[in-house]
Design a protein around this ligand. Structure first.
Ligand code: HEC
Length: 150
């Protein structure tokens, strides 16, 4: 009787542990191997350079680039879709004239800010639409890369 009881408890414990283990891995599988993050080389260096020009023209009067770089700024974005950031600047910035530049420029500025935060550049430009950007998750920087600010 004792034996039956304890083996059932063990089985119950295993089922519970199994469920706990399955939930996160099932979630990872659902996200798929092609799930993109800000470390997936999602913008080009040329785009970031154009984005810097747009930033200098449209944003620099109120923001120093250093304000939008480093742990203090980036930690507020980690775990969220990049589309949220894009949507925020597109709807709210420049504060004195929101939405006054093209989506391409907002994407370029986003690329520039990714670069300021040491996210790697690649071959494909960042798209300027919130639907595509909603699929990209902001992650912590690769701390082996140099230059990430405080
Ligand atoms: C006229 C001044 C002004 C201009 C120009 C301006 N901003 Fe802002 N920005 C602000 C102010 C003020 C805030 C704080 C707003 C708030 O807290 O609601 C802010 C907030 C932000 C934030 C959030 C900051 C944070 O720490 O989370 C971001 C990102 C941002 N701006 C990006 C931009 C970008 C990109 C541009 C250019 C396209 C831009 N801003 C142009 C005044 C400006």
């Amino acid at each position: 009787m004792m034996l039956t009881f304890s083996s059932r408890s063990v089985r119950t414990a295993l089922v519970v542990a199994g469920t706990a283990l399955l939930v996160p891995s099932a979630k990872a599988a659902a996200q798929g191997a092609d799930s993109l993050t800000t470390l997936s080389k999602i913008y080009t260096a040329v785009q970031a350079a154009k984005g810097k020009d747009a930033f200098d023209t449209t944003c620099l009067s109120c923001h120093k680039p250093v304000e939008l770089a480093g742990y203090k700024f980036w930690s507020g974005l980690v775990g969220r879709p990049l589309g949220e950031f894009f949507g925020y600047i597109r709807s709210n910035m420049p504060q004195d004239n929101p939405g006054s530049i093209t989506d391409e420029d907002y994407a370029g500025i986003t690329a520039y800010i990714l670069q300021l935060n040491t996210m790697p550049a690649g071959e494909r430009p960042l798209p300027g639409d919130s639907v595509s950007l909603a699929k990209i998750r902001v992650v912590a920087p690769d701390t082996t890369r140099k230059g990430f600010g405080k």
